[in-house]
Design a protein around this ligand. Structure first.
Ligand SMILES: [Zn+2]
Length: 367
């Protein structure tokens, strides 16, 4: 059965993004369904000015004003319109890292007609592979979301100590973390107290190491059911799926991961008009860590051609801001619409990207 799940999860992971039919084998017990799975470096001079809304809360968490339109927690330029207290840089980093601005959202699939790319890494941290990935991310100036499975972090011993330190390092470097459960079990097969225990196990580690819970979660294997969607929504999580699978858990070499990414990206565009989205990778595999800088390199090379052609460029974003939509009164499990950020924001980001890309590609051309 585990194998069947694996196969289904694999097939769906590549083509993810659509709400697929219920899986027959378990539809009768739980209506199980599957759904397919930055240019600044680190926190710099701006870090001490990150603020979060402390006074403006609805019963459902932070208000819209906690979120910016340009990919980060709003900075203090809006302090005059909302009452805010400045946070220390550590507090601000932890808040950003826990994704508090993304509570209570619709289920995110990554669907977008824009060339916005968000990288996500699941199942870590792993002391053998995650530190190298963090190095690549810093080198490339990219921020990502890490969906943490905490099973190993609860075990006694040096490995857990090392991996808890890596978890803190992920947030210190400006990435966001999300809950990928404690034991990576298919949630629809568990009863509700077990689902809560799976979420709670990872929350405990986040609270111990980061001082709070996370607000993003990714269901293992992308497997969902209406009942589990409701449990997750009651816990005020935003579920993050993906539309750009890399198949990195099915292969053992970086070439295959890069090729699959490119193939899936172009197929998404042809079939669904989705030109960007949320990329699923795993920071637990050597070949994924090796593939990551190659994928970023490919996107940046492609940008040289796109610039030439006068097309929209690939824009690697730092967090789910552009994909996020508040759930409001929608049913738990309701899926976010295609992400169409404010055209003015896209235009501003594209203008900056074109300038940087022209310089970079010009340098390449004259070498
Ligand atoms: Zn996983």
């Amino acid at each position: 059965m585990r194998r069947l799940f694996g196969v289904l999860a694999c097939l769906l992971a590549l083509g993810g993004g659509a709400y697929l039919a219920e899986r027959e084998a378990h539809a009768s017990i739980d209506g199980v369904s599957f759904e397919g799975e930055r240019a600044e470096r680190g926190f710099s001079a701006n870090e001490a000015t990150y603020v979060a809304v402390r006074s403006e809360r609805t019963p459902h968490g932070p208000t819209e004003s906690a979120r910016s339109t340009d990919g980060s927690i709003r900075r203090d330029e809006r302090r005059e319109t909302t009452r805010r207290e400045p946070l220390t840089s550590d507090e601000a980093r932890a808040r950003h890292g826990l994704g508090e601005a993304f509570a209570d959202g619709l289920v995110l699939t990554g669907a977008t007609p824009h060339r916005l790319i968000l990288f996500t890494f699941d199942d870590g941290p792993d002391r053998r592979t995650t530190p190298r990935l963090l190095h690549h991310l810093d080198e490339l100036g990219v921020r990502a979301v890490f969906f943490v499975t905490s099973q190993r972090l609860h075990e006694p011993g040096a490995r857990a100590v090392a991996e808890r330190a890596i978890l803190r390092d992920i947030v210190r470097r400006g990435h966001v973390v999300g809950n990928h459960t404690r034991n990576h079990r298919q949630l629809p097969l568990l009863d509700t107290p077990e689902v809560l225990a799976e979420l709670g196990g990872t929350e405990r580690v986040f609270e111990d190491e980061l001082g709070g819970r996370a607000w993003l979660m990714r269901p293992p294997g992308g497997s969902r059911s209406p009942r589990v969607d409701r449990v997750i929504a009651d816990e005020r999580y935003t579920q993050v799926l993906w539309n750009l699978g890399t198949g990195d858990f099915q292969v053992r070499d970086a070439d295959s991961v890069v090729e699959t990414f490119i193939r899936v990206l172009s197929r998404r565009e042809l079939e669904n008009g989705e030109r960007g989205g949320i990329v699923l990778m795993h920071d637990t595999h050597d070949w994924s860590v090796e593939a990551f800088p190659r994928i970023v390199g490919w996107l940046r090379d492609r940008n040289c051609q796109l610039l030439e052609a006068g097309e929209e460029l690939y824009d690697i974003v730092d967090d789910p801001t552009f994909f996020f939509a508040p759930r409001g009164d929608a049913e738990p499990g309701a899926v976010a619409p295609m992400a169409r950020p404010d055209p003015a924001v896209i235009a501003r980001r594209q203008a900056a990207l074109r300038e940087a890309t022209a310089q970079r590609c010009g340098r390449l051309a004259t070498r």
